[in-house]
Ligand binder design. Sequence first.
Ligand SMILES: [Zn+2]
Length: 243
Amino acid sequence: MPLYRDVGVVVRTHKLGETDRIVTIVTQDSGKVRAVAKGVRKPGSRFGSRLEPLSHVQIQLYRGRDLDIVNQVELVETASALRNNLEATTDGLAMCEVVEQLAHDREPSPHLYRMLVGALRQLNTAFSPLVLPALQLRLLATEGVGPCVDQCVVCGTREDLRAFDVGAGGVQCRAHKRGLGISGEALNIVQSILDGRVAVVLQRTSPSVAVVREVTELARIAMEHHLERRIRASSLFKAPHPG
Ligand SMILES: [Zn+2]
């Protein structure tokens, strides 16, 4: 079996047999990789604790046909502050889940790896509840399906934007509003994120809980809408109904 090395983030694990675990890793150069980690649930395992979701690891694997086999793991960085903050951990796991769904098996997607590592680092060093929605919105923009948030998707006006309709792909003015209502402050934050000014948003704004909730909700439904469409499209493609 050929041996290879990569860096990646563990995005999911599940148990296999009595002492093993299957880990899913979004890597820098090898895409999404699923690998068996043997014996990691035994007490005193050499690298069990390094193969938890959220872990940023350097890893050596034997290439298998379907599943690879973990040979060595080193932590690239520890994320202790993140793990000690329940809200940050929850958001970090949600980020892992989204990136796992966007990544394809063995198809290199270094931007997904880089964006996930950057967002996890941000959660670890300076937690903000806007890190998760910012990542989701930037991922959508990178996939080419970022929502239109600068003008009404019905009439094109830039004035008095009041609502967000995920099905229509963006915001609407007062006359055409449908879907989720959105405040001017929340919309400003979403616009700044999509314009690439994430650092400014995270450092300079301290929005109210209500505004954070609006931004979070908008990003979540936009991402879910995209993932559902993609999953539907790919399952139709892979398993068409006979006749
Ligand atoms: Zn309009």
